[in-house]
Design a protein around this ligand. Sequence first.
Ligand code: 13P
Ligand code: SF4
Length: 359
Amino acid sequence: MVREILKLSENDIVEEIWKIKRRLGERLVILGHHYQRDDVIQFADFRGDSLGLAKSAAKLNAKYIIFCGVHFMAEVADMLTTNNQSIILPEMRAGCSMANMATKGQIEKAWTELTAATNEKIIPVTYINCTAELKAFVGERGGAICTSSNAKEIVSWALKEGPKLLFFPDQHLGRNTCYDLGISLDEMVVYDPRKKGVSLTDQQIRASKVILWYGCCSVHQKFTVQDVEHTRQSYPDSKIIVHPECCFDVVNKSDMSGPTSFILEKVMGAPATASFTIGTEANLVRRISKLCPDKIIRSLASSNEDKSLCPTMNMIKPASLLLSLRDIEKESLSNVIKVQQEIKEKSLMALDKMLLIGG
Ligand code: 13P
Ligand code: SF4
């Protein structure tokens, strides 16, 4: 079947996707993250950032939901839908490298060390870019999940619940958010499980307010202070807007930062002839550029725009989408994402909290 699809022309694939989509009607909804390729996102009934797509999924009645995004996003959609609905990820290899930077074993070990070092209450907050197991870990311990859209609200809530915060897996989103909330850099420490022996001493844990996990996004960490300085020199009128997964210095030296939907809305809403340099994934930057022919849009990675393509988001192709659709029509589903019931229930404690505080 895969080989047969690969023999089809691009046009034949596109036509067949539209035909099957029409035949399935309301039984099917396709969700697409902003980082998806144009030839895939054209089929999405709803486009959005992580928070927007989670909220869309929670409202859907469709029997089949194809998630054009990455694995953790499909898991969240499964948590927020009923057991009679099926979430399908067209490409099982579409994971998130940041989510892979924190395993349950590592977080449990860190938690044991942190809670042994201090009597102060530690509230765990996880970025939504993590496995379902870690969402369950946080849910069980009274913590919450956040996305880049609501990180400030969730971290503010956490710091009212307890004097200390453990934020994982993205150190940059954690640091940028806490700094915006008035926490100084020297109140934050980084827990790095790759270090031999203990990562942080008891003294460092006791003296800190925020413990950041060492994780990062392989795409956003490529934007550098040199990229920002080069833009300032070469295009002084260009506003620099970046995703908060970029490192602290890049965010700090930029004009604005925010989630993918914020970047899209800010640029789309700017007056004609406005100039923007954008530090986020390349598919989204290229799409914004096409949608705004009247504006000057550059990538912050202008010397090599391809370096900011997210390799896993890019794995979903029209051919994989067609394969999922054919399987639905045959009622022989493949790539169904099902979170174990116990993990789902524990994760929902943290996810519902997020939707309540920062939905
Ligand atoms: P958003 O929630 O801003 O869409 O971010 C998701 C993501 O994975 C960014 O790398
Ligand atoms: Fe994960 Fe980064 Fe890709 Fe987002 S852009 S899905 S954080 S690897």
